[in-house]
Design a protein around this ligand. Structure first.
Ligand code: SF4
Length: 330
């Protein structure tokens, strides 16, 4: 439950602000000038803030749409990402956001229309090429959707665009804005998944794997395209059994035709981010594992990564054709 909402005075009358005002009538509303004055303040206690984060409503002015880092995308010619929020309702222990921002408060950029204008400009610039726009890079695409109403507006915008795909990446089961409309052939609802025991231990506050699988099946039955994202892959003593069982659970009763793509990627942290995550969760066994560091990147190391890659690829091939399976390398 959000108790405090800081808002830039400039966007007080914006329809998204109005929507949130109606949804959270009892929250305390505090005017601010610009969101950075709160969000970027140094020496904030991330762990403490994460227990009871405030919401900051802001206007974004630039860098609406950015190219994805190499090694992230599927096989479109050009891949971009955008983030209408910074930070996430959930608290995954490996999440790179906790190393990226000094604040755990949520920033919601209410001027969605400027994101869509910027996406239109990219489409115009790369006319005729296949483009994918990834939502959910600095946040979860759907976790906040009941409040933000973002997905519905994004789907209205992307509806009917040819050669252009939208990926909504999520661990959320807030799929109402998709289920209430006809499926879009150019939208992928992409779910991040791990074996249930792993998710229970690492994906704090996120819906259980059973509930995510149930959301996937509801969307698939309604005709939506599904992405399956196994990223990061987590190594345990019984990882092979756990991942095999997870794939079997997902695919049980799911029409493989509904699967747009599957991707997987190794657990990797830039060194600074690893230190920050480990300091926030010193008790967790993830950070007791003897990781390797190469060129400033902390990981399980090539041997484990290769074992996991080979196994995943051959297991997934039992369910789906190879051209839909991608390895992410970042
Ligand atoms: S769901 Fe994604 S963005 Fe949210 S905490 Fe987990 S890893 Fe981070």
């Amino acid at each position: 439950m959000i108790e405090t909402i800081f808002f830039e005075e400039e966007i007080y009358e914006h329809p998204t602000t109005e929507r949130i005002r109606r949804a959270l009538p009892r929250a305390g509303w505090v005017p601010i000038d610009r969101y950075q004055e709160l969000f970027n303040k140094r020496h904030q206690n991330f762990k403490l803030q994460k227990k009871n984060p405030a919401l900051i409503l802001a206007k974004k002015y630039d860098n609406f749409v950015l190219p994805v880092p190499s090694g992230f995308g599927m096989d479109s010619h050009k891949n971009f990402y955008f983030s209408h929020m910074y930070n996430c309702l959930y608290d995954c222990k490996y999440c790179f956001l906790q190393g990226m921002y000094s604040s755990a408060n949520f920033v919601l950029f209410v001027n969605y229309e400027d994101f869509f204008r910027s996406i239109s400009e990219k489409i115009k610039k790369y006319k005729g090429q296949s483009l994918t726009f990834f939502s959910g890079y600095d946040c979860d695409s759907l976790a906040f959707d009941k409040l933000s109403g973002f997905a519905n507006q994004a789907l209205n915008f992307f509806n009917g665009l040819s050669n252009v795909e939208l990926e909504l990446r999520t661990k959320s089961i807030a799929i109402g804005s998709l289920l209430q409309r006809e499926p879009l052939s150019n939208c992928v609802a992409a779910f991040s998944l791990s074996p249930a025991q792993v998710a229970k231990s690492l994906d704090s506050k996120a819906p259980s794997i059973n509930r995510r699988i149930s959301a996937i099946k509801q969307l698939a039955d309604a005709g939506w395209k599904i992405g399956l994202r196994f990223d990061p892959l987590i190594y345990t003593s019984d990882w092979k059994e756990l991942y095999s069982a997870l794939f079997a659970d997902i695919m049980n009763g799911l029409d493989p035709e509904r699967i747009h793509s599957i991707s997987y990627g190794p657990l990797r942290f830039p060194k600074k981010m690893y230190k920050k995550a480990a300091s926030l969760h010193p008790e967790h066994k993830l950070f007791a594992f003897p990781m390797e560091e190469t060129n400033g990147v902390v990981s399980y190391g090539t041997k484990i990564e290769t074992q996991m890659h080979d196994f995943l690829k051959s297991e997934l091939n039992n369910y789906i054709s190879e051209n839909k399976i991608f390895q992410c390398t970042i």
